[in-house]
Write a new protein. Structure first.
Length: 118
């Protein structure tokens, strides 16, 4: 049985980004979705192998996808934990929550989000 998924709230994530804390933010959606919109500073990695190559085990990592029902970030979370990553959290409410709060986005369809809100 998989362990409980540790999470981070929108406010915690917003504060970490504002402080420029040293952590890796990983969007687990496909390339097209990433190009359309993502949280500033996000990485997008193509495969599970690339995920492991690009991230160090000792790094703090936050994974996210669309919303709480999206399972891609859960799968990425468990994959990292199974491979010895100990500082992983999931932003469960994801991109939809971030956008609904009017927080900044990057990408071709980022809309009217303003970058000064962090």
């Amino acid at each position: 049985m998989e362990k409980k998924v540790l999470t981070i709230t929108r406010e915690e994530l917003r504060e970490k980004l504002a402080r420029r804390d040293g952590f890796r933010l990983v969007m687990t959606l496909g390339e097209l979705a990433f190009q359309q919109k993502h949280i500033p500073g996000s990485l997008r990695l193509e495969t599970k192998e690339e995920l492991l190559r690009a991230l160090r085990r000792e790094e703090e990592i936050v994974v996210y996808c669309t919303n709480v029902t999206c399972r891609r970030s859960v799968a990425a979370y468990h994959h990292l934990v199974r491979n010895g990553y100990t500082r992983v959290r999931r932003y469960a409410d994801g991109l939809s929550d971030w956008e609904e709060a009017g927080l900044p986005l990057e990408g071709d369809q980022a809309g009217r989000a303003t970058s000064g809100m962090l």
